[in-house]
Design a protein. Structure first.
Length: 268
């Protein structure tokens, strides 16, 4: 069967679909990426065109296949202790002011394959030990959540982890697992992974002392950013901290948070 080519009309259909499902704006520069990532689904269903696959998605509203499409078209780039100033702030400002014994809850709201929430968990374990604390980690993509829950990573992913954290919280693979690491089970048990679409009504997650919403708003337009942050802020405790990516801004998105430093905000 000849290789299908994604035409402009078909691309615009998938642009609108992923915006409706996940609030993500796909620029025209992503056309080749969309074609490449969805080609395997055409082959899976023995379809001749991307239009045929779009009809399959939209006529049946097959929830499982729609999730496959979302998984394929969302970008998941992350690594351990990314943007380290945020973790310095967590250690030096947030946890130093935390009252011992009070349950500390953090939310990694676009956790991808898990490096961010495990990085948060390592810092919390250092400072809070066996006292009550929890990391909730969410993503729209089920594929990366499965990887995140396993806590199993190739060794080339460990660059951001200190030797102390590696020895304390990670197990080095041997034999068939050589050149991999596994996050220690006790630490994994402190991280609760779940699927959450930030572009829809949020489930009852409880309140948080700290929310990480980093490096995901770059994919949203201004109105979608505003709606997402407005959904999330009621879940942040008064005095809690809201962290976004260094390349992102809340200018024109929300004015009720107090900026402490670039990308770091506090709820009054």
């Amino acid at each position: 069967m000849p290789t299908a080519i994604l035409n402009d009309l078909e691309f615009s259909q998938f642009q609108k679909l992923i915006y409706q499902l996940a609030g993500i704006n796909l620029s025209p520069a992503k056309k080749a990426l969309v074609g490449g990532r969805l080609a395997k689904r055409l082959a899976h269903y023995h379809l001749d065109t991307y239009g045929d696959y779009f009809k399959l998605l939209t006529s049946s509203r097959n929830a499982d296949e729609l999730q496959v499409t979302v998984d394929l078209l969302t970008t998941n780039e992350t690594y351990f202790f990314r943007e380290p100033k945020h973790f310095d702030f967590l250690r030096g400002e947030v946890l130093s002011a935390h009252q011992p014994g009070n349950n500390f809850r953090a939310w990694s709201a676009a956790c991808s394959s898990g490096e961010e929430p495990y990085s948060i968990a390592m810092v919390l374990a250092d400072h809070l030990g066996d006292t009550p604390w929890e990391v909730v980690a969410s993503d729209i993509c089920t594929r990366v959540l499965d990887k995140a829950r396993s806590g199993h990573y190739p060794m080339e992913r460990i660059d951001g982890i200190s030797k102390e954290h590696l020895s304390r919280y990670c197990l080095k693979g041997v034999g068939t697992q050589d050149n991999t690491l596994l996050v220690d089970k006790q630490l994994r048990n402190r991280v609760n992974f779940m699927q959450v679409n930030l572009n829809q009504s949020l489930p009852n997650l409880g309140e948080f002392d700290l929310i990480f919403l980093r490096n995901v708003m770059i994919y949203f337009d201004q109105e979608t950013k505003r709606q997402i942050v407005q959904r999330m802020l009621p879940l942040l405790k008064p005095g809690g901290h809201f962290l976004i990516g260094h390349s992102e801004s809340l200018n024109g998105v929300i004015d009720t948070l107090h900026p402490l430093a670039p990308s770091i905000y506090r709820k009054p």
